[in-house]
Design a protein around this ligand. Structure first.
Ligand code: ZN
Length: 181
């Protein structure tokens, strides 16, 4: 987002020259340059043997399950965000988030840092933020997540990481998703 007014003091921002960025909105009163940066958020595939933790959030996708996601808070590492969001949304404890690459979501100016993380312990206790959460078969995930393109790319990477060699997990690729919910 290109800032016009200072989010701290409300004054109209000036332009200040920055070497590699060119003109950047600048508040002389607060001495802050407001770079046009995306918001960082995490997406995580939590895996427990042949299961994966999926949510339903109809405000995101009506007919699709999704992975756990959340915004990175100031003061934490992205790996800490992964562990915190999984705990908050599902009650599950995970360890050693493994980075699987990033995706830029232009419509929301999000930089989505994607991970997989291994289940450690805990029973599912759904937060109010979440409509529904449960373990799905890893082999059904791509079908159940039909609308979530970014999430599906993460699941494909997870299947590779786990050296999955079957084709059942990919049966949705021809566009006929037999799993409806
Ligand atoms: Zn200001």
């Amino acid at each position: 987002m290109k800032f016009e007014y200072c989010p701290k003091c409300g004054r109209k921002l000036e332009e200040k020259y920055s070497w590699d960025e060119g003109g950047v909105p600048y508040c002389p009163a607060d001495d802050i340059m407001y770079f046009d940066t995306p918001k960082p958020c995490i997406v995580v595939a939590v895996v427990k043997e042949d299961k994966i933790l999926l949510l339903r959030q109809s405000y995101i996708f009506k007919n699709s399950k999704v992975l756990i996601s959340g915004y990175v808070s100031n003061g934490e590492s992205v790996e800490e965000t992964v562990i915190r969001e999984v705990k908050e949304e599902t009650g599950i404890t995970v360890k050693e988030p493994k980075y699987l690459g990033s995706e830029f979501l232009a419509s929301k100016e999000l930089i989505m840092l994607t991970f997989m993380a291994e289940y450690v312990d805990g029973e599912i206790t759904k937060s109010d933020e979440v409509e529904w959460v449960d373990w799905s078969n890893l082999e059904d995930a791509l079908c159940e997540m039909c609308e979530d393109e970014i999430g599906k790319r993460v699941v494909r990477k997870v299947l590779k990481e786990l050296r999955y060699e079957g084709d059942k997990a990919y049966r949705c690729d021809n566009g006929t998703c037999e799993l409806k919910f």
